[in-house]
Design a protein around this ligand. Structure first.
Ligand SMILES: Cc1ncc(COP(=O)(O)O)c(C=O)c1O
Length: 425
């Protein structure tokens, strides 16, 4: 297929709500670890990983072999039947989830909340968040939620209702009485005002909100108010999970064990799978029926098990931490050369560079930044680099590559980004 035909098919048969990056988008036909190839044979360095999904690299042979073997053995039943991979996956996750015996937070369990050990498997980040919010309602008997202004949690009804980014609040009939906060103080104020709050939901590093890590004391500050009001903490690790930020989960940077945690994206490295997890104590109270036809089926569970093995085998947490620090130092140097980079932020290999042509313009006045961000993306694509963008003003360059990149890849990116900035500014 030629890209012209692809664009025509898309125009003819897609819903127009699905937009694409680039004026002349490549038609990708092959992936190999951190590299992508288009229909004309051109090679690209992928620095977005399908939005933080391909942490272990495209078509990673270690994972594809295990998935293919499972496909040839047993492809699907559903979770009302016993199958082995999903049970092994649940047990394996219980080891590495926050507070689990192999987690960096294992010692924290007794001090704070109990470790997360029980999982419910489904297919997407939206669905995991929808389930987490449902669980919070069931166990607290309360209806409302607090979420953060610049958070994103998905496309399903409740997940969209707790999404703060205006562009992703598509449904005109979302409930109007949930709370959105911009700080720990506003979370506490909402909890003090309203006794009907089931949970606070937040991403430890907001992805679509513009790669914004929560302040270091955010969880510490809100913990007391949540506990005294009987509200739960739901942490959305859909984008931050599985070694992306230099830790297995980003909450480890904050030393906090959530009541409920959600995950998807990198768990399957491109095979759809998601889950929400809680402590055993909380999970035992989820007795009303729930099931997911495809959730954690043998093929997706096998992919996730292979992902966890690969992360451990290659020590991707350490790799993301080291390479993330190197990328950050190179981006900081660029920012000191080019004032158009207003701020570099993030953790591990989840970094963002906010683009503001007028460094003195108020944050949020982003239209010129958005145009420039698109221009940078387009020029980098021509040079064989795929970068992401996000942020409320669509003016944040997003650096979220497969964690299997190397220093040479980072140097290649930075050299090209510098040349592009010199050319267009
Ligand atoms: C933090 C976060 N939560 C939830 C979602 C929704 O996930 P999905 O698109 O798999 O439904 C996303 C998607 O980008 C996300 O970044």
């Amino acid at each position: 297929m030629e890209r012209q035909e692809a664009l025509e098919l898309r125009r003819e048969y897609f819903m127009p709500c699905v937009q694409y990056f680039y004026k002349d988008p490549p038609l990708f036909v092959r992936g190999d670890m951190q590299y992508l190839y288009d229909e004309r044979g051109k090679k690209y360095l992928d620095f977005f990983a399908g939005v933080s999904v391909m942490n272990c690299g495209h078509s990673n042979p270690f994972i594809t072999e295990r998935v293919a073997a499972q496909l040839g053995r047993l492809q699907h039943l559903t979770n009302v039947y016993l199958t082995e991979p999903v049970l092994r996956l649940a047990a394996r996750l219980a080891q590495v989830l926050p507070g689990g015996p192999a987690s960096a937070l294992s010692g924290a369990a007794s001090r704070e909340r109990p470790g997360l050990s029980n999982s419910f498997f489904c297919n997407s980040g939206s669905e995991a968040n929808e389930g987490a919010l449902l669980l919070a309602r069931l166990v607290t008997g309360k209806r409302k939620f607090i979420a953060l202004n610049t958070g994103l949690h998905g496309r399903t009804y409740l997940a969209m209702a707790v999404t703060g980014i205006p562009m992703w609040r598509t449904d005109p009939f979302l409930p109007g009485d949930f709370y959105f906060a911009g700080s720990a103080e506003e979370v506490i104020a909402a909890l003090e005002k309203d006794g009907d709050i089931a949970a606070l939901i937040c991403e430890p590093v907001q992805g679509n909100g513009g790669v914004r890590p929560l302040p270091p004391d955010f969880f510490e500050k809100t913990a007391g108010a949540l506990k005294s009001r009987g509200a739960l903490l739901i942490v959305d690790e859909v984008q931050t999970g599985f070694a992306r930020t230099g830790r297995m989960f980003a909450v480890e940077h904050y030393g906090v064990i959530p009541d409920i945690m959600t995950m998807s994206k990198a768990l399957g490295n491109g095979i759809p799978i998601a889950a929400f997890a809680s402590s055993r104590e909380l999970a035992l109270r989820f007795t009303r029926p729930s099931a997911s036809t495809l959730g954690g089926n043998p093929v997706s569970a096998s992919a996730a098990l292979a992902v966890l093995d690969y992360i451990e085998k290659e020590d991707l947490c350490a790799r993301a931490g080291e390479l993330g620090a190197y990328l950050r130092s190179r981006l900081d140097s660029l920012a000191s050369l080019f004032p158009v980079i207003r701020e570099v932020r993030g953790k591990g290999l989840m970094l963002g560079a906010e683009i503001a042509p007028d460094r003195n313009s108020p944050a949020g006045d982003d239209a010129p930044g958005a145009a420039l961000t698109d221009r940078i993306l387009e020029e980098l694509k021509e040079r064989g680099i795929i970068l992401g963008k996000n942020g409320l003003g669509r003016n944040v360059l997003a650096f979220q590559p497969p964690l299997v990149i190397n220093r040479g890849d980072i140097d290649f990116l930075i050299e090209n980004l510098e040349e592009v900035l010199r050319r267009i500014l």
